[in-house]
Design a protein around this ligand. Structure first.
Ligand code: NAD
Length: 471
């Protein structure tokens, strides 16, 4: 199969000359040559990927600006630096990650070799989301290459410019047969999901995650599902309210709140809510100046469709702070919503924008009950000086991850695996876990022909007897 596929994009629709089946076929043939099993080859490809990151970082920033008006520093801090650091970590530890493990030997295997080999799965499908369109596509790519797989990468069609950058740039640096980019939206992803893969790594909504999981089940393909949901932030009465507010507002305004681990809503007492509202104006001004819309440091909402959904949510609740927006510019200012009840429309879906509803609770126990009545969140934030309350929440709730006294930061801590639980996801990646996710740990027992051991172990052969059973 010829791998060149002249793609045409008209009115946002992608026209491929090659089918999804042909893409997968090329990747399958490439995997079967065995070249991605070679460690030297893998390392060369990873170094080329690093070269691509270093030489084209400004192109990434430009694409992110066009898609989301992402500020340059935010692009580096939350996308470019993240993929570079993750890749450098893989390269620095490449030998130890790829070397077989030799676990302790049981007595019966003292003359044998007991080994756990790090096997690639084969051809993997990586499907990205639009909100951090660089890192959500490329971070898993590095792990999958390091582990020796071939890849079909399907970036999100919604972050148009970034998808275009990835599709144009990756083939200039990497092996074009082993690592292919397939552009498209729902139709094209549906075509891909009909094919057989050896692993599927999906980032997106829980709803589409279920579609992916169903497609994978047809071939019993293992999956990682990096999903989303409503991540709560509990604020204790005993906290540093100014720092709490600053870190909360930062977590809700990075990428204009379009972050899978953004604090979705706040749980706190009425008293703490009043304190929060009394400091928020000063903090927003410190970060974005007198007129937030004029600031260069705040993103825009990705599309009109997403903007209109958020405005409907905003109009369904009482504004405690902010509430300004501009449809021409797809701008929404940092907003706190009050008098929110659990059954309100804003509490029924992931917000994914700079709107922060506050639900009043009377105690830490009420907060725990509320969290546990809902789906297991991707992230949980606890702001408190009270270690007993912090530990109580940690012990009584389930979430993908937790940051205490800040937001988002557990995700960028390299040594912590990142992933959800239950409705917020399945599996994890980042750091060593990125390599492990794309690796099958193959148990290998190499038996010796040692005659003494054979004699000792010959009790396993028939004819059986009561005497033999004792061994
Ligand atoms: P999405 O589920 O709509 O789309 C994700 C991907 O699936 C895209 O590539 C899209 O083309 C494809 N897709 C969409 N509908 C499909 C269908 N019916 N069949 C097959 N493929 C389909 O998600 P999104 O809007 O791109 O991203 C937002 C969601 O992703 C939020 O829920 C957010 O919390 C979550 N998210 C999770 C993480 C994480 O790491 N856990 C990171 C970012 C975003």
């Amino acid at each position: 199969v010829d791998i060149e596929d002249p793609i045409e994009i008209t009115n946002g629709k992608v026209h491929h000359e090659k089918t999804a089946k042909e893409y997968v076929h090329v990747a399958r043939l490439a995997f079967n040559t065995g070249r991605t099993r070679n460690l030297k080859y893998r390392k060369e490809q990873l170094l080329k990927l690093l070269k691509m990151y270093q030489e084209t970082a400004e192109d990434m920033v430009a694409a992110l600006y066009k898609d989301l008006r992402k500020p340059k520093q935010e692009s580096y801090n939350t996308e470019v630096d993240l993929i570079i650091n993750d890749l450098k970590n893989i390269l620095d530890n490449f030998k130890s990650y790829t070397t077989s493990d030799y676990p302790p030997k049981p007595l019966a295997n003292m003359c044998d070799t007991v080994e756990i080999k790090k096997d690639p799965y084969g051809v993997v499908l990586i499907i990205g989301a639009w909100n951090y369109p660089i890192q959500l596509s490329l971070l898993p790519v590095a792990g999958a290459i390091a582990a020796g797989n071939c890849i079909i990468l399907k970036p999100s069609e919604i972050a148009v410019e970034t998808a275009d950058y990835i599709a144009r740039t990756l083939p200039k640096y990497l092996d074009k047969e082993c690592y292919q980019v397939f552009l498209g939206g729902v139709t094209e992803t549906t075509d891909l999901l009909r094919e057989r893969f050896d692993y599927i790594f999906f980032t997106g909504s829980p709803m589409v995650g279920k579609i992916v999981n169903e497609a994978a089940a047809k071939y019993l393909t293992p999956v990682t599902l990096e999903l989303g949901g409503k991540s709560p932030a509990y604020i204790d009465d005993n906290t540093n309210i100014e720092l709490t507010a600053r870190r909360l507002i930062w977590g809700k305004t990075v990428n204009a709140g379009q972050t899978c681990v953004a604090p979705d809503y706040v749980l706190c007492s009425k008293n703490t809510q009043d304190k929060l509202l009394s400091v928020v104006g000063k903090i927003v001004k410190e970060m974005f100046g007198d007129n937030v819309q004029d600031s260069k440091d705040i993103c825009r909402i990705i599309t009109d469709r997403h903007f209109n959904r958020l405005i409907n949510l905003l109009n369904s609740a009482t504004v405690g702070y902010g509430g300004d927006y501009d449809p021409q510019d797809r701008y929404i200012g940092p907003t706190i919503l009050i008098d929110v009840k659990p059954n309100d429309v804003i509490m029924q879906e992931e917000i994914f924008g700079p709107l922060l509803p506050v639900i009043n609770v009377e105690s830490v126990y009420e907060a725990i009950t509320f969290i546990n009545l809902n789906e297991k969140p991707l992230a949980l934030y606890i702001f408190s000086k009270n270690q007993k309350n912090i530990n109580l929440i940690l012990e009584s709730t389930s979430s993908g991850g937790v940051t205490v006294n800040d937001t988002l930061m557990h995700v960028v801590c390299e040594s912590l695996p990142f992933g959800g639980v239950g409705n917020s996801g399945l599996g994890s990646y980042h750091g060593k876990q990125s390599f492990d996710t794309f690796t099958h740990r193959k148990s290998v027992l190499r038996k010796s022909f040692n005659p003494l051991m054979e004699k000792m172990q010959s009790v396993k052969y028939p004819p059986y007897s009561d005497g033999k059973m004792k061994f």
